[in-house]
Design a protein around this ligand. Structure first.
Ligand SMILES: Nc1ncnc2c1ncn2[C@@H]1O[C@H](COP(=O)(O)OP(=O)(O)OP(=O)(O)O)[C@@H](O)[C@H]1O
Length: 199
């Protein structure tokens, strides 16, 4: 069980909690959706799950150490190629560069980016850059994958494809948590946490 929340909430300003305390588990092999209106605290909940924010209320229990967070706004190295971005976590994990590149090419194909392998990050579209970040996240083989709005910049067919690839990652054993406004993504989740305001 990578992460468990017990009665967790958070307040950036004293006396103004973002959401009612929640208790849940992000289990290996499952996809959990986090939904609610803009500003209700979805990204904050991901940051708590990642261990980047200590909640002001409740207890978080975490096991395992491979956590990857795919941000809503993709960040990459401007001059590095798409292939480099996906190869790097594989090389960092000990793969030979040639093998890493082969795996990275396969992942780029999975995410519809086969023809963008040699393109520098700065020349990718927003949707391509976001898919690249997902491909890189998969390359890192995370136990806990946190994804903020994975389909926000994608058309429906590509969004459906990305949801399928994320589902495959969960099937391979990752605990996946997705903050989303997208109804199709929500339907692909095993559990849905709806964040509600404090009152
Ligand atoms: N570091 C911070 N300090 C103070 N307030 C913050 C901080 N981070 C977020 N907030 C505020 O907390 C609230 C929740 O933000 P959060 O980004 O978690 O919401 P969200 O549900 O992910 O929003 P969206 O759907 O628009 O991405 C917002 O009002 C935001 O302005």
């Amino acid at each position: 069980m990578p992460v468990t929340f017990e009665e967790v909430s958070h307040e950036f300003h004293p006396g103004r909690p973002l959401f009612r305390p929640i208790s849940c588990s992000f289990a290996a092999g499952t996809i959990t959706g986090v939904v609610g209106p803009s500003g209700c605290g979805k990204s904050t909940l991901l940051a708590i799950a990642a261990g980047m924010i200590r909640p002001s209320v409740g207890t978080v229990t975490r096991s395992g150490d491979r956590c990857v967070w795919v941000f809503q706004n993709p960040h990459g190295v401007a001059r590095r190629s798409a292939l480099d971005h996906v190869s790097l976590p594989l090389v960092a994990a000990g793969r030979r560069r040639r093998d890493a590149d082969l795996d990275a090419e396969r992942l780029l194909t999975d995410f519809g980016l086969a023809d963008r392998a040699d393109v520098p990050f700065s020349a990718l579209s927003g949707g391509e850059a976001q898919r690249l970040m997902l491909a890189r996240a998969v390359a890192a083989a995370p136990e806990l994958l946190l994804v903020d709005e994975p389909t926000a910049q994608l058309d429906r067919p590509m969004a459906a494809h990305v949801n399928t690839v994320i589902a495959r990652l969960a099937t391979a054993g990752a605990a996946v948590v997705i903050a989303t406004h997208d109804a199709d993504t929500r339907r692909a989740c095993d559990e849905v946490i709806r964040l509600e305001g404090p009152r």
